[in-house]
Ligand binder design. Structure first.
Ligand code: PEP
Ligand code: MG
Length: 311
């Protein structure tokens, strides 16, 4: 009827431009999955599972101490499943645990968390996972279960790795719990200058993709605390040093058929989008509210590049 007709021509009806560069979406809480999927994004470029864990009110180690690891695994499976269902068969890249210790403090068991002078440079991401293999194994168990349930659109992403050795160790653990690392799609974040400068070894480590976590990459490259307002005006994702690390990594990965992506906040910034498309990045993951604009910006840049190439 008339009302339906009006509904169909509403200006916010998603019209997704076709682009060669994939445009994905970042999801921080499973309850945002429906809204994220409605953007028409090509998948989830980053699903953070910290919020699933923080909402359990107990640290992973406390679950283990209480002999309730099953409950922990089940909660992870359910959290990821909500998003994987909503997007199926579009891919959903799930990042393994990466919460600074101070964020765990409020949870039951949080009193056992190390007190760190600088948690951002401390016990987080893959460092914690490799040091606490039992908790990490349960996370990987959750992934194995998701694959058993048929969620072949789930991908595994490792945070805060510094070199290929971090990846080799994590890969061994994935295999140990029964994840077929040849069959499943998995990769690592590039969030430290060390990781970017190790791109060659990382690209040969078996990863299918790397993803630039620019929130951290900018912080560590420029030595500027991402949460310190006093230096916020000097926190520049488009700094030439950051861009060099990114573009060199893209070039190396292309040689090894490893796809490249961005899942930091800068992926929602048109200036960075232009730069990345020109450099030949495989996919860009943006905030839910930015996906439409990023899709159109990518389209504009791709068309311009095409015209320039035939001129
Ligand atoms: C990043 O560092 O860019 C990133 C996506 O991870 P987080 O913001 O969770 O550290
Ligand atoms: Mg990060």
């Amino acid at each position: 009827d008339d009302e339906d007709a009006v509904e169909q021509v509403r200006p916010d009806t998603p019209v997704k431009p076709m682009t060669a560069t994939e445009v994905k979406v970042n999801v921080s809480i499973p309850s945002a999955a429906e809204r994220a999927a409605a953007t028409g994004a090509d998948g989830v470029g980053l699903l953070r599972i910290e919020h699933v864990i923080l909402s359990l009110d107990k640290t992973p180690e406390k679950f283990i101490a209480d002999n309730s690891k099953g409950e922990y695994i089940e909660a992870l499976v359910e959290g990821v499943r909500t998003v994987a269902d909503e997007f199926y068969p579009r891919p959903v890249r799930v990042r393994t645990l990466d919460a600074p210790t101070d964020e765990f403090r409020q949870l039951e068991g949080g009193e056992d968390e190390p007190v760190e002078h600088n948690p951002m440079l401390g016990y987080r991401g893959i460092r914690r996972s490799l040091d606490k293999p039992e908790a990490f194994r349960h996370e990987l168990d959750a992934f194995r279960k998701l694959y058993e349930l048929g969620y072949d659109n789930v991908e595994i992403m490792l945070p805060l790795i510094n070199d290929a050795e971090d990846i080799h160790r994590a890969k061994r653990m994935m295999k140990d719990v029964g994840i077929d690392t040849n069959k499943r799609t998995w990769g690592a974040m590039i969030e430290t200058p060390a990781a970017a400068l190790s791109a060659d070894a990382i690209a040969k480590s078996g990863v299918d993709f790397v993803s630039f976590g620019t929130n951290d990459l900018v912080q560590y490259t420029l030595a500027i605390d991402r949460n310190n307002e006093r230096v916020a005006d000097r926190y520049e994702a488009m700094h030439p040093a950051v861009l060099d690390l990114i573009s060199d990594t893209i070039d190396v990965c292309r040689e090894h058929n490893v796809s490249t992506s961005i899942c930091g906040q800068a992926g929602s910034d048109p200036e960075m989008v232009r730069y990345l498309v020109e450099e030949g990045v495989t996919s860009i993951s943006a905030n839910i509210d930015a996906v439409r604009d990023v899709q159109h910006e990518v389209k504009r840049v791709e068309q311009r590049l095409l015209l320039e190439s035939v001129r």
